[in-house]
Design a protein around this ligand. Structure first.
Ligand code: R1P
Ligand code: URA
Length: 290
């Protein structure tokens, strides 16, 4: 059945509503960054750039890196933007824009999506300046209140226990990312479980002028442990997008991995004096491995 104009919104030139891209504009492997200014930090390494497109915070460069076609897109901050990013990227490859129908299962394209972002460590043993690859992501945001995400037994248990320890009125969600991409891209990085927060201050336990509803929030995050046959689960770092990527990636059938440049440590109170170098090193490492 054709998807109505109000649901699959195309611009006058046929491009998708927010990303402003046509199906030919993207490659199978997509690197994403939060900050629009970080897009040229990736594409400066390309042999050549064939496309530069911007709408709002979504800046896209498509080019070739060592002969491989790559796309880099900025997303802005938060899982609400990741909802737009993943749905529109999927539409670009898996919906026919002429008939407005989803492609049959046997024609579906699986994208490889690699988030390269900054993050704050929760635990003292994860130093500022390190690189961390996310195994499980826990979403404290509300995005999965609206989708039928299927979680494994372990994921549900972890999410329920986090709900209890934070005294939340809703259950967070928990999703393990692509094992394949984690192995390919995360070699030598610290494996971790990332907490995706719906904000940078209160939801990450930062106090400037506003007190927190739960004053021990940071300690609850730091001390959380879940024991299972797979070993001990602890939360390692904070950011604002990964759980949205992992959940939508699972539901849409795309391989997704989140690579984190650790720029702050909440146990020691440090912020990296060389945060640009930490993220640029992660960009170079990622490009080397794609
Ligand atoms: C907050 O400063 C931003 O930094 C992190 C968080 O997820 C949030 O988007 O990621 P990026 O560096 O990719 O934007
Ligand atoms: N990004 C976040 O969301 N939190 C941090 O502490 C650092 C980067």
């Amino acid at each position: 059945m054709a998807i109505p104009d109000s649901e699959l919104i195309l611009n006058k030139d046929g491009s998708i509503y927010h990303l402003n891209l046509l199906p030919d504009h993207i490659s199978d492997t997509i690197i994403t960054v939060g900050d629009p200014d970080r897009v040229p930090s990736v594409s400066q390494h390309f042999d050549s750039i064939e496309t530069v497109i911007q709408k709002r915070e979504f800046v896209t460069h498509v080019g070739y890196y060592r002969g491989k076609r790559l796309t880099v897109i900025s997303t802005g901050m938060g899982t609400d933007n990741i909802d737009i990013l993943l749905n529109e990227l999927d539409a670009l490859v898996n919906i026919d824009f002429v008939t407005r129908e989803a492609r049959p299962l046997e024609e579906r394209i699986n994208l490889r999506i690699i988030r390269v972002g900054t993050s704050g460590a929760l635990q003292a043993d994860i130093p500022v300046g390190s690189h961390l690859v996310t195994e499980h992501a826990v979403g404290l945001d509300s995005l999965m209140q609206f989708y039928p995400l299927v979680e494994t037994g372990l994921e549900v248990e972890v999410a329920r226990e986090i709900q209890q320890s934070l005294q939340l009125d809703y259950r967070p969600y928990c999703v393990r990312g692509s094992d394949l991409l984690r192995e390919q891209l995360g070699a030598g990085m610290i494996p971790g479980n990332t907490l995706t927060c719906p904000g940078f201050y209160g939801p990450q336990g930062r106090v400037l002028r506003l007190d927190l509803r739960l004053p021990t929030l940071i300690q609850q995050f730091q001390q959380f442990r879940h024991q299972s046959a797979e070993g001990e689960f602890r939360l390692t770092n904070f950011e604002m997008e990964t759980a949205g990527y992992y959940a939508l990636g699972r539901m849409l059938g795309h391989e997704v991995v989140s690579l984190n440049a650790i720029v702050a440590n909440r146990a020691s109170g440090e912020f990296a004096t060389n945060s640009e170098a930490v993220i640029n090193d992660l960009i170079a490492k990622t490009l080397d491995r794609v």
